[in-house]
Design a protein around this ligand. Structure first.
Ligand SMILES: NC(=O)c1ccc[n+]([C@@H]2O[C@H](COP(=O)([O-])OP(=O)(O)OC[C@H]3O[C@@H](n4cnc5c(N)ncnc54)[C@H](OP(=O)(O)O)[C@@H]3O)[C@@H](O)[C@H]2O)c1
Length: 360
């Protein structure tokens, strides 16, 4: 595989910090540019982050020495330095939409963690094990944008990264109804216990916009390319409640599901254990070997014990049992800033690189 020069837009933030760790010594990607708001621009990344560093490992030295550029003012300069950018910024949705299109139109592909373009019909929203074929819509998007190389590809919200992978291989039984309650870590809000002390010993029963994303995004992931757009799937019916809990990292979901044709418990367990996708076939560097891990113990998965499974890129599932109102219920967990954010974006970029989308 060739190597590619990359930029991190939003490098000072929670997801951006994860990117610095994942991309340091990445076999294909080499960080040459970092950008954030005008507040950080002009400072070395290590100084711009300062006391906001929220990871347990230290900031990689060489990346920390890079001078932060202005994500908006320096679009053309950054586009001239890199083969593509990762983007994770906290701005208004319309501003993010416009910023990402400016990079794409400057012929700089954008691999995004932001939600702004998730429902743009020709922007693929990819979980590489589930819907890798959606990247083929990029040709239609390039025609719309009038670009040769530039495009935007997004990853889905962190809340759906645990239960959608677990439901995916069960779709052949005709999933009718899904109820999912998510218990989401504070890093999902870009926070730590130091920066959000009110969350110690607490639970907040509301995360703005999260329930809508959790109900709608799976339908795009399960959609089909039709001409120049991705058409959303019309089923299953999904209802969710999303709660913020006093956990540093790792989103858990309690899931209830009913089917047209109810499978046996053994059939479900077999499909989970055998489930593997294109990232595993292509042996992409960040792909987990075993995507879904099932725990037999009644008290697993636990956020603290299991979120780092396979470098935080696997999905942990447990407590599968029959339900009195739905057919089955189970619990699942994924690391929200690894599989659910920066790690998922790096895996998607590896897929795009392997399929030639960053070639010049
Ligand atoms: N945390 C998660 O688990 C997670 C999961 C999936 C998706 N996401 C998404 O990823 C994005 C970033 O989330 P986060 O948790 O990393 O947020 P965060 O910690 O608040 O970081 C926000 C980043 O955006 C930059 N920024 C803010 N205003 C800007 C502007 N006007 N121009 C350019 N850059 C600007 C900040 O730069 P300064 O430091 O200079 O202010 C910082 O680098 C969001 O869209 C979020 O929804 C997060």
């Amino acid at each position: 595989m060739k190597s590619f020069n990359v930029g991190i837009i939003g490098a000072t933030g929670m997801v951006g910090q994860r990117f610095t760790l994942l991309l340091d010594k990445h076999p294909w990607f080499n960080v040459v540019a970092v950008a954030a708001s005008p507040r950080s621009a002009g400072k070395k990344l290590k100084d711009a982050i300062g006391s906001r560093w929220a990871m347990t490992e230290p900031l990689p030295e060489a990346i920390g020495e890079l001078v932060v550029m202005d994500a908006s003012a320096d679009v053309d300069k950054i586009a001239g330095m890199v083969d593509f950018v990762f983007c994770a910024v906290d701005m208004k949705k319309d501003e993010i939409r416009a910023l990402e299109e400016r990079y794409a139109k400057a012929e700089c592909p954008v691999v995004s963690n932001n939600s702004a373009h998730r429902f743009t019909p020709d922007v693929p929203m990819v979980v590489p094990e589930l819907n890798p074929e959606h990247i083929e819509i990029i040709e239609a998007q390039r025609r719309r944008l009038g670009t040769k190389r530039g495009f935007i590809a997004v990853k889905s919200n962190c809340s759906i990264q645990s239960y959608v992978p677990a439901l995916h291989p069960l779709r052949k039984f005709g999933i009718k109804n899904v109820l999912a309650c998510t218990y989401q870590a504070i890093s999902g809000a870009g926070k730590t216990f130091a920066t959000w002390p009110e969350m110690v010993d607490n639970l907040i029963p509301y995360i703005g916009g999260e329930e809508e994303k959790s109900e709608q995004e799976p339908l795009k992931v399960w959609g089909k390319i039709n001409g120049d757009v991705i058409e959303k799937a019309s089923t299953p019916n999904i209802t969710t409640q999303c709660l913020r809990v006093a956990v540093s990292d790792g989103h858990t979901a309690a899931v209830f599901v009913s089917f047209e044709n109810k499978p046996s418990k053994e059939e479900i367990l077999k499909l989970w254990s055998e489930f593997s996708g294109v990232p595993q076939e292509l042996k992409l560097p960040s792909a987990p070997k075993q995507f879904i891990h099932y725990f037999e113990e009644d008290n697993r998965p636990q956020a603290k014990l299991d979120r780092m499974l396979e470098n935080g890129m696997a999905v942990s599932v447990g407590r599968l049992r029959e339900d009195t109102q739905y057919d089955y219920k189970f619990v699942c967990l994924s690391h929200n800033t690894l599989r659910g954010a920066a790690g998922g974006a790096v895996l998607m970029a590896e897929l795009l690189a392997a399929k030639g989308y960053f070639d010049r």
